[in-house]
Design a protein around this ligand. Structure first.
Ligand SMILES: [Fe+2]
Length: 484
């Protein structure tokens, strides 16, 4: 088996891998060239197909014109040479017998039926005209002209000359007898009919080529439209899916590969739609579970403090009223509600003894309590999904005039949600009873809020909060009146 190896190593033939590599290289070059073409796939396909049609049609047309030219010339040479060679034999007999009349008769007869034959002359060895179809030319000397040689055989030669101002194919056939040259027959055929026939053939071929290109253009446009329309419809379908419309169904027109592709696309769109609905259902369930968890966490936190039971829920209810009055969107209200339930989460780190102290706090205890926004932000910051609530948790004890904690932010620096939660939180604290002081009334609390409007509380939020309180009171009164 060693010789196989030697043959391969000699490299006389390219290996199959080399051939594939060469084909692959050509294919990738063509692909790159195709990709670089400007315009869409419709333009590219039309451009390529039309270029091929134009190339093939022009090439075929040029070849056909050349063949027609050669055929016309061949036919002319055949006719002219037959005339000249055919006249040479009888002319030889007549010259030998000295029968000039027969020569005149021969020249006249041979030319009378041939419209494009301008002249037929029978010459002797000294180029003297023995006979001519124009009788008056007899006896004169026949002037030899040099022109472009068309063909030459032992029996005749053809050249293109300009005689008497006319372009002429001149055929010369020698007159021989017993190996002796007696003279020659000269036949002149007008080249104008040949040129006209050639031009006519070229015109017809050009017309046929243009017609073929026109048909090719129409066919190409039809085919390209036929193939690109389903692709465009599919692209539109993909764009609609990308825009969130999963009910899209693309019309299937053909039963070919494009039809199969369209059917598969429609099935894929249905599957994506179903999966999206399923995912949305799961997301809703997850969200509900998540909100429930936050509620439970807040309730557990509130329960630690004997005096703040349901504090978070009350803060949430008041904050949502304010949020609605400020024109917040539904998803913003949802985030505000969750933020309310989480705002005091940092109190988890405050010892029970401090949190539940029945009397006023000393300085150290107050310091521990004041750390709860930062503790809360730290705890919330542990979960990526809760990061958006960090600003509310961290800043819900900031004051509008900058004297709050932990950062001393002021005015618009304090996030809006934190400003809302701050006032609802303060209101609930004011109205809740403590062992060392009774809770304030609604009117007293409103007075307090008005007193601290622009100091502790943001003015616009404080105004809306007071309006929300009035709204709530009216609703409660209305409800009680209804039940009574
Ligand atoms: Fe707090």
């Amino acid at each position: 088996m060693q010789w196989h190896k030697y043959l391969r190593n000699e490299g006389h033939y390219p290996s199959s891998t080399e051939e594939e590599g060469s084909r692959g290289g050509l294919r990738s070059t063509l692909n790159r060239w195709f990709e670089k073409l400007p315009g869409g796939i419709r333009f590219k396909l039309a451009f390529l197909t039309l270029s091929l049609i134009a190339l093939i049609t022009t090439g075929s047309s040029l070849v056909a014109i050349r063949i027609l030219d050669e055929a016309l010339l061949h036919s002319l040479v055949q006719r002219g040479s037959s005339l000249a060679v055919g006249a040479a034999t009888p002319a030889g007999y007549s010259i030998l017998s000295g029968d000039i009349l027969a020569l005149d008769n021969l020249a006249a007869k041979l030319t009378e039926a041939q419209e494009d034959v301008i002249y037929l002359a029978i010459l002797d060895q000294e180029q003297t005209v023995l006979a001519h179809n124009r009788l008056e030319a007899a006896g004169g000397r026949f002037e030899s002209l040099s022109g472009r040689e068309v063909t030459e055989t032992p029996d005749f030669s053809v050249q293109k000359v300009k005689r008497d101002g006319r372009s002429t194919f001149e055929f010369l056939a020698p007159i021989r007898f017993a190996g002796r040259r007696l003279g020659e027959v000269v036949v002149g055929i007008d080249s104008a009919p040949y040129r006209a026939a050639k031009a006519s053939a070229r015109n017809r071929m050009t017309l046929i080529s243009l017609l073929a290109m026109g048909v090719g253009l129409g066919g190409t446009l039809l085919l390209v439209t036929r193939f690109t329309q389903p692709i465009k419809r599919l692209a539109t379908g993909v764009a609609r899916i990308r825009g969130g419309d999963y009910d899209v169904q693309v019309e299937t027109i053909s039963r070919d590969e494009l039809g199969e592709l369209t059917t598969s696309f429609n099935a894929m769109a249905r599957t994506i739609g179903a999966q999206k609905e399923s995912l949305e259902g799961s997301a809703r369930e997850l969200e509900e579970a998540y909100i429930s968890t936050v509620h439970i966490l807040a309730a557990a936190l509130d329960a630690r403090d004997n005096y703040t039971l349901n504090h978070s829920a009350r803060v949430a209810a008041l904050s949502l009223r304010v949020g609605r009055r400020l024109g917040l969107e539904q998803n913003e209200l949802r985030d505000l509600e969750i933020a309310c339930f989480l705002h005091d989460i940092g109190k988890i780190r405050v010892p029970d003894i401090v949190l539940n102290k029945p009397g006023p706090l000393d300085a150290e205890e107050a310091r521990l309590i004041r750390l709860h926004p930062e503790h809360g932000a730290e705890i919330i910051g542990l979960a990526q999904s809760l990061h958006k609530y960090v600003p509310v948790v961290l800043h819900h004890h900031e004051w509008h005039d900058g004297s709050g904690y932990p950062k001393g932010l002021r005015g618009e620096e304090i996030p809006l949600f934190a400003r809302i939660v701050a006032i609802a939180d303060a209101y609930d604290a004011m109205t809740s009873s403590r062992p060392y002081r009774p809770g304030r009334s609604l009117e007293e609390a409103i007075e307090e809020i008005r007193a601290y409007r622009g100091k502790q509380f943001a003015p616009r939020v404080a105004d809306q909060f007071i309006e929300a309180l009035k709204e709530e009171t009216e609703e409660e009164l209305s409800f009680m009146g209804g039940t009574l």
